[in-house]
Structures are given as structure tokens and as C-alpha cells.
Write a protein that binds this ligand. Structure first.
Ligand code: IMP
Length: 192
């Protein structure tokens, strides 16, 4: 067992379960967007492993772009919902079919900000594909068009998801041992 794996209380979603579900999502997206100009917008950094596997599962031509946002003033395990754009898209999305590729939806505040922002740029359509969803934590209403897995209210890491920038490289999604994140981040620190 690696040093990183020793910090995991339990594996929630295995590498195989991730790949099987992502193949299904890729098929659904390929069917729904057939013949359309589709742009996958990955939200950095957590969505990057999901994007690279998802795009290999999408069988139709598509473009990709990236956006990095930060959540200001939250803790290392909770976003504040006060979001700002650190890195914007390269592409003009006007009249294009945009599919946001996000790692996890918790309160929904981050995606609410992103969708409101992107909608002002007049895409032909704007949908969301989230790998993980914590429905019990939702504070604002966001419509998720594609969801990989609904998960319980636990802080998870791996497959792109981090705690203080670590654990993103784990090939599975796991629950971090709670004693490792007992100390909250100082208020006012940016987290991505
Ligand atoms: P929301 O704005 O509360 O929906 O939070 C969404 C963002 O918080 C995600 O994009 C992640 O960066 C982060 N996040 C929420 N829950 C977790 C988790 O369990 N593990 C790692 N990051 C998380």
C-alpha cells in the first residue's frame, strides 16, 4: 500500500467502477450531441482526470477547453461559494453547445456561479456533466444533466479530487481519514 493510500479510510468507487460508468456517460453524450458542435469545458483542477477519460469515451468529434476557478474564504473541505475566475476559456462559446465537466457538486454554489457566467456568453446550449454528486449537501438548485455517481456526505479524494493539493493521483475515489482534515484552513485563503 502506498503512503497516500494509507490515509484513506475506505474506497468508495473503484477504478473499474469509474471506467464502466464513464463509458456509459460517454455513450450517452455521443448519442445526445451527435451532429452538433460540442465543447467540453473542464473545470480545473479537479475535473482533469475525469475529462481525459470522458473524452476517450465520447465517440463524436468535440473540442475541449479549460477554466480554473477559486473558492475564496472557505476551508480545505468546504467551498464558500464566493467564486472567482482564475483562468478563463480560450474559446468563444457563442452559439456553441457547451458541456461543463466537473469533478463534484456539493452545495452547488460553484456551478451556479459558472453557469450564470457562461450563460451571459450566449451558448447554443449549456449542460453539466458531474462525476460525483452529494445531493444531501445541496444549497442552491443546479440541474445536472449527466451524473456519474451520487455519494453520501463524506469528504472524498482521488481521481482528481484533492485535499490540500494531495491525493489527486489516486486511481479510485476514497474517503479520507477524518483526523487528517480536522484543522480548518485559515479564512481568506484561496482554494481551487
Ligand atoms: P460546491 O460549490 O459546494 O458545490 O463545491 C464544489 C467544489 O468543492 C468542487 O469542485 C471541489 O473542488 C470541492 N469539493 C466539494 N466536495 C469535495 C470533496 O468531497 N472532496 C474534494 N473536493 C470537494
Amino acid at each position: 500500500m502506498s503512503a497516500l493510500e494509507q490515509d484513506i479510510a475506505k474506497i468508495l468507487i473503484t477504478r473499474e467502477q469509474l471506467q464502466t460508468r464513464i463509458a456509459d456517460l460517454g455513450q450517452a453524450i455521443s448519442r445526445d450531441y451527435a451532429g452538433k458542435d460540442v465543447l467540453l469545458v473542464c473545470i480545473l483542477k479537479g475535473g482533469v482526470l475525469f475529462l481525459t477519460d470522458l473524452m476517450r469515451a465520447v465517440a463524436i468529434p468535440h473540442a475541449i477547453d479549460f477554466m480554473a476557478i477559486s473558492s475564496y474564504g472557505g476551508t480545505l473541505t468546504e467551498s464558500s461559494g464566493v467564486v472567482r475566475i482564475l483562468m478563463d476559456l480560450n474559446s468563444n462559446i457563442e452559439s456553441r453547445n457547451v458541456l461543463i465537466v466537473e469533478d463534484i457538486v456539493d452545495t452547488g454554489r460553484t456551478l451556479q456561479y459558472i453557469t450564470e457566467n457562461l450563460r451571459t456568453r450566449n451558448p447554443a446550449s449549456l449542460k453539466i456533466c458531474a462525476l460525483l454528486n452529494k445531493p444531501s449537501r445541496r444549497e442552491v438548485n443546479v440541474t445536472l444533466d449527466y451524473v456519474g455517481f451520487d455519494i453520501p456526505n463524506e469528504f472524498v479524494v482521488g481521481y482528481g479530487l484533492d485535499y490540500n493539493e494531495h491525493y489527486r493521483n489516486l486511481p479510485f475515489v476514497g474517503v479520507l481519514k477524518p483526523d487528517l482534515y480536522a484543522r480548518p484552513n485559515q479564512s481568506g485563503t484561496d482554494t481551487v
